[in-house]
Design a protein. Structure first.
Lengths: 278, 126
């Protein structure tokens, strides 16, 4: 296949990956890696590098809008970034020593978990009791709602921090944003309102991905010819996704379709990993 | 007073992130046009991992490549800027927190920068 045809296919594929990733909140990386490795037979190292770059672009682009609206909890994000960047560094270093077929299998497992997590019912919980550590770190904040500014507290800071370490390792190892894991850490462990956890997770994804991208860049994982269409496509797709207003019934339907597609891709990744084709 | 300053910082970080993304994607796009113009007819080969071409791997070679308007070198420069954007955001946060006299968060921001720096060094060692 000539480079020009390959680039056009990648641009289109990445656009839809970015669009779906943005509409479902799973991120573009989870579709990009199977697209590259299964369909286009790209080596998984190059796929991880290109995906990581596209993750940084979407995170920075959308965080720019969210942070101005004042929903993002900057202090919480900064504090948890200690865990995610440290984890990402470990993940990127580990990736060199783990055989690629194990990475493919792990990718499949994480993909299924993320899809299941995205199907969860979301409810807005606001806790008033103040955790000692959260108070010391000045993490408790308020966020704008239709009824005005609402104060919220944060519980189990230690548990959330630990979960972020894990999310960072996964992000560094697999080249995805691991937004689903980050949101779960903040939603279920730290009991933060959903709107705040999604935007804060997005705020953290960029710097987490950068911490492992600096390792991959020097190891030659980030190929310019491959990353160029991926990053442009995913970013444009995510931009389109953010402009489309999805009503709640079609969003539910879309999540199911996406979960099925993702489970299929995950199965393929695991199968190819076990048979040693990746 | 503190609330207003936090809002200022949020606005600043928003600008940094947006500018970083727009500038780096524009560079990637221009590099891509040159790359496709010059190499578009070649066969795409990413099946076996071989790393990246030598000339974009070292800072000096990358700079030379950009000066010679080589597509891959320009794309890679855009990508490096893109990777640097969130790091730049952390640097600006550190400065912002210092202006707010929130020294706990100046420390936390610096710790995040230190981790990224360590990560950069660990990549170089291999």
């Amino acid at each position: 296949m000539s480079i020009i045809i390959f680039t056009i296919i990648l641009l289109i594929g990445s656009y839809f990956a970015g669009l779906l990733g943005s509409l479902t909140g799973l991120g573009g990386g989870v579709v990009i890696i199977p697209l590259l490795t299964l369909l286009l037979k790209v080596d998984i190292h190059y796929a991880i590098g290109a995906s990581l770059v596209s993750v940084i672009a979407t995170s920075s682009g959308s965080a720019a809008a969210y942070v101005r609206e004042g929903i993002t909890n900057m202090r919480l994000g900064m504090f948890l970034e200690i865990a995610t960047t440290a984890g990402a560094m470990c993940g990127a270093i580990l990736a060199v020593y783990i055989p690629t077929h194990y990475i493919a299998i792990l990718f499949g497992i994480i993909l299924i978990c993320s899809a299941l997590l995205s199907l969860r019912k979301k409810r807005e919980v606001i806790i008033a009791q103040k955790n000692e550590l959260a108070k010391k770190l000045r993490l408790n904040d308020s966020y704008p709602t239709q009824a005005g500014m609402v104060d919220y507290g944060i519980s189990n800071v230690g548990g959330g921090f630990f979960m972020m370490l894990f999310a960072g390792v996964i992000s560094g190892l697999l080249g995805i944003g691991s937004g689903a894991l980050k949101v779960v850490a903040m939603d279920t462990i730290m009991r933060i309102p959903f709107k705040v956890s999604t935007t804060t997770s997005n705020f953290m994804i960029g710097v987490t991905a950068s911490a492992s991208a600096v390792v991959y860049l020097q190891r030659g994982y980030i190929s310019p010819g491959l990353s160029m269409p991926v990053v442009i496509g995913v970013l444009l797709g995510a931009l389109t996704g953010s402009k489309i207003l999805v009503n709640s019934t079609s969003s539910h339907w879309l999540r199911w379709v996406f979960a099925i597609v993702v489970t299929f891709l995950a199965g393929q990744m695991i199968y190819n990993g076990i048979t040693g084709k990746i | 007073m503190k609330k207003i300053k936090d809002a200022d910082l949020q606005l600043l970080l928003g600008h940094v992130l947006r500018a970083g993304t727009v500038i780096s994607i524009t560079i990637v796009f221009f590099g891509g046009v040159i790359y496709l113009h010059r190499h578009g007819h070649l066969i795409a080969d990413y099946k076996i991992f071989r790393g990246t071409p030598g000339f974009i791997h070292e800072p000096a070679g990358l700079f030379k490549g950009v000066m010679q308007l080589r597509g891959q070198a320009i794309i890679q420069t855009g990508i490096i800027l893109l990777i640097a954007t969130p790091v730049l955001r952390v640097i600006f946060s550190a400065v912002g927190f210092a202006l707010e006299k929130d020294y706990l968060y100046v420390g936390i921001s610096l710790l995040v920068l230190l981790i990224i720096f360590a990560s950069t060094l660990s990549g170089h060692a291999v």
